[in-house]
Design a binder for this molecule. Sequence first.
Ligand code: FEO
Ligand code: CA
Ligand code: CA
Ligand code: CA
Length: 658
Amino acid sequence: MTKPTRTRSQAAEAAEDRGSNGSANPTFGDIVAARFDRRDLLRGLLGVGAIAAVVTPRALAAGAAQAAEAPDTRFPFAEIEAGSDAHHHVAAGHDAEILIRWGDPVLPGAPAFDPRNQTAAAQSRQFGYNNDFVGYFPMPGAADPASHGLLVVNHEYTNEELMFPGLGRQDVKAVAFKGMTRELVDIEMAAHGGSVVEIRRQDGKWAVVPDSRYARRLTATTPMVLTGPAAGTDRVRTAADPGGRAVLGTINNCAGGTTPWGTWLTCEENINYYFSGASAEGSPEAANHKRFNLPASAYAWGRFHERFDVSKEPNEPNRFGWVVEIDPFDPTSTPKKRTALGRFKHEGAAGIVARGGQYVIYQGDDERFDYVYKFVTAGRADSGDRDLLDSGTLHVARFDADGRGTWMPLVFGQGPLTPGNGFHGQADVVIGARLAADRLGATKMDRPEDVEANPKTGKVYVMLTNNGKRKADQVDAANPRADNRFGHIVELTPDDGDHAAPGFTWEILVRCGDPSVAAVGATFSSATTANGWFGMPDNCSVDGLGRLWVATDGNAPSRTGRNDGIWAVETEGPGRGTGKHFFRVPDGAEMCGPYFTPDDTTFFVAVQHPGEADEEDPKAVPATFEAPATRWPDFDPAMPPRPAVLTITRRGGGRVGT
Ligand code: FEO
Ligand code: CA
Ligand code: CA
Ligand code: CA
């Protein structure tokens, strides 16, 4: 979700701007950022002062000519031009085709999409809104596992102004949700969650298999269960669920992961947006709500569904903010909220098997000044235990100025996680993971988004999207720029190549932004063209060759002279730190998804919220159903823009991006 531009309400914006981390954890304010990598020294980038808030769009073609000669590249595709228009663009020699759009049928009997007469019943059978994470599971026994499988897709949030005719933006003070009805709220709830669709490639073209027995829609009302340390405890009990185990729905499903045992991990991120009402003075949950910027009152759900009103149901927020595990091959299975992995604004949950066989899931908590986590299972990934994610150790990262780092365990009774500090069991530790991490002195990061390990090299990449609120006296070695508008990527190397190890070394792969504007302090390689740099890294994917692909959220014509998209980023050799532009989204959209088939012949990407206005452009006209920034992908005057998943394939076959 594009928080700086797509903030759900003025109230939420004020809350988000502060971040919610009031802890005194070190940002090494008293330590001059002691550690810069060798490339920084070579480029004379030390001592860069204030960062320009906005990069003036520049003549891209002219800049391209200035780039140094590219070293041998592992990304031999022809780079696309950075820029913005109503369409999507992909590197030459590739096809990018629409696979499924908001409103397309998922479940048998789904009615044809009619956005002027939408109903909650129809939406609950159709593809939801704002596709984010995309995962692919080869169909067991398929002749070609890369041509037949299940696609799982998150539906993160809804844009009422683009979804509903005649409504406009509802989450602004002057409107205060006046136009929202129970039916509209119920449509929103049905447009959240996720979809499972069976897909097949025939004659080179992917299509959804209609009426598949695997098809599933998950929404904000789908029955789910809590498992792990918080399940059944007092703080997750509500009037509707006195047992504290049965939850309705999943919301704000951002990124995620797929496990080696064939399940889908979908991550609940900005859950605070959905809650309204006042948190009662002196309520035992008051500090917990505050640390989660909750309630942010960015939706009207609490007016029609009491559980989203914290004055009536203060424990309901404790039932969201989790990683949810789903068996995509069994549409009757009950999704499990795995509380052992902690409760925070989960971006993603990409994992890798450790040397000892444990499964290690890296996780970002997407808030300014929040943390990077990892969960290490107690058992082995190949144990056959379907509840492997209920037992293990959650850790939070501390990045030291000398390039070392430590994973600190969040375990009740260890260190400061004691009753004296408000932790009475592991349930309190996981429900209040942020508060527990504060106590351990975790490093406050610049909005951690996706974190993914590269199985080829063992290195781990952390996308830090931006943090315009970091002050000069709050910089540290791992977050070295004040007013970090463009974000950066940190590379971790686990000690002994073991992802379960408690220690690691780290360095910054690249500081993002326009490297030709000295004040920005960007550190892309000199081989990076004027098209090849980007800001605001968000999601990422590592392909079968171990190449890193980065999706962005927050580039826009008024800010960076370019729309969001996919950039390939070289991590090895002399070209390390080179960005190369591969795909670009239409106006108003952010780039989500990226996920490869096991053989890299198909790259799935998700275009989220196409048609939004460039909200950082004061001259931009507010986007609405009637007047969107683009009508992608249908370009039908009767049809609003529709978030959609695309398949990118190489013309004539072969690995994408070669
Ligand atoms: Fe849903 Fe952090 O983006
Ligand atoms: Ca983002
Ligand atoms: Ca995102
Ligand atoms: Ca990812």
